[in-house]
Design a protein around this ligand. Structure first.
Ligand SMILES: [Zn+2]
Length: 402
């Protein structure tokens, strides 16, 4: 069994130890020491990283027998070797801040609202506590957050106590531990006592900051998400970069961003409405104009219109061209074919016996165009302007025999 140096001192980052076991599994090597300051993933807290004799430790695992394995890509040494271990300071600090923040928040939710923490999540992105309540308000969260930060400003000392199970009952613990024997207690002054095996700060000031970032409903419970210390600062940097860029682009103060955004959004809405109105008007005018250009073959009224040769192209997207073809086909009670954005759009009027999908089939059988549709509307892709004359001839040939 490995002696857990982090148990007695969470700020110990450098240590010497003796190798008492090693091995490998494929390309990964593990080393067991007689003592270690590396925290293995356990109790909801993530593992430490760092170096042992300049070899990077990428994971730390504790097995059931209490053996702690330091995982690396290279072997570290042989049994009996004395090695030097260095724990990654910032990663450890992150975990200490998050874990301590969790203790502070768990105690606060009991003190303020009598909400017990039933589970804890300490992740790379955020920390979370699951509270034994099915409802929480924004003002409750704000109150808890403010209280948590006051505990930080108070710079309360944090100690590690080792007590036996008889003494445990005399301490005001949030939860009575199930374990027997020596129990490790994290004592935050007289504010909180909690049985825990993780790494924690040595004073509440070291947590630096606690920010509640939201909550989620989980059946009959509430999951409160929070950031602390380094994590909170990183989040602040990300948010600052976004709001700073936005306030430069929109030339306004950060505090006015929301108002500016709302204005832009409502402006956008009214522009969309104006555009829709204009398109409607344009469609009606254009339909009238194109219908006037219609011709007749075999008693069938038709229009073949190229929308790529004039400025019309700038405002005609396929959706509009489809609508236009439909309106024209109805107006002339025949067939309207429109070339637009490398597409051939075919529309037939509802009263006509012509089937747009059959015309499309005729086209795709004789050209490289591909597509299809229904009786009144069909579309073919891959059309080229150079072949327009050919397409028109194909249409006329079809109509002549229709
Ligand atoms: Zn803890």
């Amino acid at each position: 069994m490995t002696e857990k140096l982090y148990y007695k001192d969470s700020s110990l980052l450098e240590f010497e130890a003796k190798i008492i076991g090693s091995g490998n599994n494929d390309n990964l090597f593990y080393t067991v020491l007689d003592k270690t300051a590396f925290y293995p993933t356990s109790g909801g807290q993530l593992y430490d990283t760092g170096f042992i004799n300049q070899i990077e430790i990428i994971d730390v695992i504790e097995n059931r027998s209490g053996e702690i394995r330091h995982i690396s890509n290279k072997p570290i040494g042989k049994d009996g070797d004395i090695v030097k271990g260095t724990v990654n300071k910032m990663r450890r600090l992150r975990h200490k801040q998050q874990h301590t923040a969790q203790h502070i928040l768990s105690q606060i939710f009991i003190k303020l609202f009598n909400y017990e923490s039933v589970s804890v999540h300490l992740g790379e992105e955020y920390g979370a506590i699951e509270l034994d309540t099915d409802n929480i308000t924004t003002s409750q969260l704000q109150e808890a957050e403010q209280y948590a930060n006051e505990i930080i400003y108070d710079n309360l000392p944090i100690e590690i106590l080792f007590v036996d199970d008889e003494q445990v009952s005399s301490l005001p613990l949030r939860k009575i531990p199930e374990r027997k024997g020596k129990i490790r207690i994290i004592k935050i002054d007289d504010f909180d006592y909690s049985a825990c095996g993780g790494t924690h700060c040595s004073s509440t000031a070291e947590v630096s900051l606690i920010k509640i970032i939201g909550f989620e409903k989980r059946k009959s419970r509430i999951l409160v998400k929070f950031l602390s210390g380094i994590q909170a600062v990183e989040d602040y940097n990300n948010r600052f970069a976004v709001t700073d860029e936005l306030s430069h682009t929109l030339t306004c103060n950060v505090n006015d961003l929301l108002e500016k955004f709302n204005k832009l959004q409502s402006g956008n809405k009214s522009l969309k409405k104006d555009l829709a109105d204009l398109q409607k008007e344009w469609l009606s005018l254009m339909a009238r104009q194109i219908s006037g250009e219609s011709d007749t073959i075999n008693n069938i009224c038709y229009v073949f219109r190229d929308f790529s040769i004039n400025n019309d192209t700038n405002i005609v997207d396929t959706r509009l061209a489809n609508q236009l073809a439909n309106i024209v086909a109805e107006k002339i009670n025949g067939v309207a074919v429109i070339f637009c954005q490398e597409k051939i759009i075919i529309a037939t009027s509802r009263n006509s016996s012509l089937d747009a999908s059959q015309i499309a089939k005729h086209f795709s059988g004789l050209t490289s165009l591909k597509g299809g549709g229904n009786k009144n509307m069909a579309q073919l892709g891959g059309a080229s302007k150079a072949d327009l004359k050919n397409y028109k001839e194909l249409l006329l040939k079809y109509l002549k025999n229709a």
